[in-house]
Ligand binder design. Structure first.
Ligand code: IDP
Ligand code: MG
Length: 142
């Protein structure tokens, strides 16, 4: 599998719990490199633009309110099979269904406050990376 990039976001709940380091450690221990980081506090409108694909879903408004409720840490992860590997480390969207040892099983409280975001495809990763970062912000290890 080729080297890929993916967007990870540590959501406001996990930033508030002070577990940024624990989450990044899991990425690094599993062969992913952090090649860009940015701490932001999004407005609800900015969160809405990021999650535009979910605009018609019933939870969209709550999701935008939650994602703008405090600072987040956006980062770009690079490594072999990065998109799927990050999703595996995250665990299922609903922490009650997340496999033991995953980030969401260990740090998420609910389907709303579920600790992390991760791109779901290489195509969406490129769009999401572009939302937060310019080309010059990416420091590839390759
Ligand atoms: P993902 O984050 O695992 O990719 P998505 O289906 O893309 O999950 O949903 C985006 C985010 O929207 C989730 O991480 C979660 O915070 C929220 N979400 C998804 N489904 C629900 C739901 O049924 N109720 C409330 N929030 C939800
Ligand atoms: Mg998703």
């Amino acid at each position: 599998m080729a080297v890929q990039r993916t967007l990870s976001i540590i959501k406001p709940d996990a930033v508030g719990k002070n577990v940024i380091g624990d989450i990044i450690r899991r990425f690094e221990e599993n062969g992913l490199s952090v090649i860009a980081t940015r701490m932001s506090h999004l407005s609800a409108a900015e969160a809405g633009r990021f999650y535009e694909v979910h605009a018609e879903r019933p939870f969209y408004k709550d999701l935008c309110a939650f994602m703008s409720s405090g600072p987040i840490l956006a980062m770009v992860l690079e490594g072999k099979n990065a998109v799927a590997l990050n999703r595996q480390l995250m665990g299922a969207t609903n922490p009650k269904e997340a496999e033991a040892g995953t980030i969401r099983a260990d740090h998420a409280d609910s389907i709303d406050a579920n600790a992390v975001h991760g791109s779901d495809s290489a195509e969406n990763a490129a769009i999401e990376i572009n939302f937060f970062f310019a080309n010059l912000d990416l420091h590839s290890r390759g």
